[in-house]
Design a protein around this ligand. Structure first.
Ligand code: HEM
Length: 125
């Protein structure tokens, strides 16, 4: 089925859940990322599922619970270097491959995440 809503186009809740689970299993192993993430990523994953659902045009789960995303401000406590942004995107790219997300919708979502990741960079070292 075709859809102009990226959340529907990628396959809705089930696919967001799979993507986020796969993503954090990689974050948990990435030497540049583990120092800034909590050891237990259960809550992080829950919130990221809410965020990505909303970001891609699904229900506003994130804002309903947490208010305005203010993503850059919420990332300020963590030193996000260009290398860390690249590592984050690398984990996401691998997760997309692992769950079999392919085609134009993958490219579209990855492009939007790339822009957002670059916006999160808040230090050069
Ligand atoms: C939270 C790192 C990019 C969405 C966090 C946290 C860290 C982090 C350390 C806190 C986790 C916790 O305490 O549970 C990074 C790094 C990035 C990055 C290194 C590299 C650029 C992104 C991008 C998005 C995003 C591109 C969205 C597309 C979120 C959300 C939260 C979060 C929604 C939870 C905010 C909240 O507490 O309400 N991130 N992040 N992050 N990140 Fe990122």
């Amino acid at each position: 089925a075709q859809s102009n809503n990226p959340f529907e186009a990628i396959g809705g809740k089930d696919v967001i859940d799979q993507l986020v689970e796969s993503f954090y299993s990689k974050v948990q192993k990435h030497p540049l990322l583990t120092p800034i993430f909590p050891d237990d990523l259960t809550e992080t994953a829950r919130v990221q599922k809410q965020f990505l659902t909303q970001f891609l045009g699904g229900p506003t789960l994130y804002s309903d619970e947490h208010g305005h995303p203010m993503l850059r401000a919420r990332h300020m406590p963590f030193p996000i270097t260009p290398q860390r942004a690249h590592a984050w995107l690398q984990c996401m790219n691998e997760a997309m491959t692992d769950i079999g997300l392919e085609g134009p919708v993958r490219d579209y979502v990855f492009e939007r995440l790339t822009q957002t990741a670059h916006h999160m960079i808040n230090t050069s070292t």
